[in-house]
Design a protein around this ligand. Structure first.
Ligand code: C5P
Length: 224
């Protein structure tokens, strides 16, 4: 029996990688299976929330009872997020968005004739920062995949992007993060302090993240 403690909430979630074309046949991407974001979407829907999931390309089946919007690029993800922001009460950005892309993708395949291929990349739109500037009373949760200084980097991201919580995970250790079914994270909280969630399946970690989001939500209701 699942708790229906997220009833009345609308979660806007992003998951998976983005793919940025270099030409019609090649692309760059980030390592991400989408498993953490899909686990969050499934858990939130089970707990009674309306869930809008904006997903990059993954091999995962769509979670039940979730409105799935498939996108490929960071620009498409931004469009989907901004056009669905209005009804959202909670925004969780677990996608591994590519930080750079080719702005004007060539229409023809680049031939393998040159000795070297140099590509100019421009930054992609920072969706989390844009939501942070326009979040109103919404709760905003970002993710930080780091290889060192986990908590300090998480807090820096929380502050620069105006998040209420950042889920930080170390991606340099074996068995957790990326393609794994397990994760081990630290929740960096806006109000100060961190909560370490020991290694567990991504579905249990998803429930624990939602427990903390709900606590923030209830604290805000009480304060208003
Ligand atoms: O700064 P960094 O990219 O490491 O921040 C990670 C967080 O920012 C994640 O929550 C990710 O979904 C989000 N992000 C974004 N738009 C980008 C890059 C990252 O929303 N262009």
């Amino acid at each position: 029996m699942s708790r229906h403690d997220l009833e009345g909430e609308t979660l806007l979630l992003t998951a998976g990688p983005t793919q940025e074309a270099l030409d019609p046949v090649r692309y760059i991407t980030n390592r991400s299976s989408g498993k953490m974001g899909y686990a969050l979407a499934a858990a939130a829907a089970r707990r009674g929330a309306r869930v809008i999931l904006v997903s990059g390309p993954t091999h995962l089946p769509p979670p039940p009872e979730v409105e799935l919007i498939r996108i490929r690029t960071a620009v498409e993800m931004r469009e989907a997020v901004m056009s669905h922001l209005e009804p959202a009460t909670i925004v969780i950005k677990s996608a591994a968005v590519a930080d750079y892309h080719v702005k004007e993708v060539p229409q023809q395949k680049t031939k393998k004739t040159a000795a070297r291929w140099t590509i100019d990349l421009d930054p992609t739109p920072d969706i989390l920062a844009e939501v942070g500037r326009n979040k109103g009373s919404r709760l905003l949760v970002g993710f930080a995949a780091e290889t060192q200084n986990l908590v300090a980097e998480g807090r820096r991201k929380l502050e620069t992007k105006n998040c209420d919580m950042v889920v930080a995970n170390l991606v340099s250790q074996e068995g957790t993060g990326f393609e794994s079914d397990e994760n081990e994270v630290v929740l960096v909280m806006r109000a100060g302090g961190n909560v370490a969630l020991p290694r567990n399946s991504k579905s249990v970690i998803a429930e624990q993240i939602l427990d903390h989001v709900l606590k923030l939500r209830l604290a805000r209701h009480e304060a208003s």
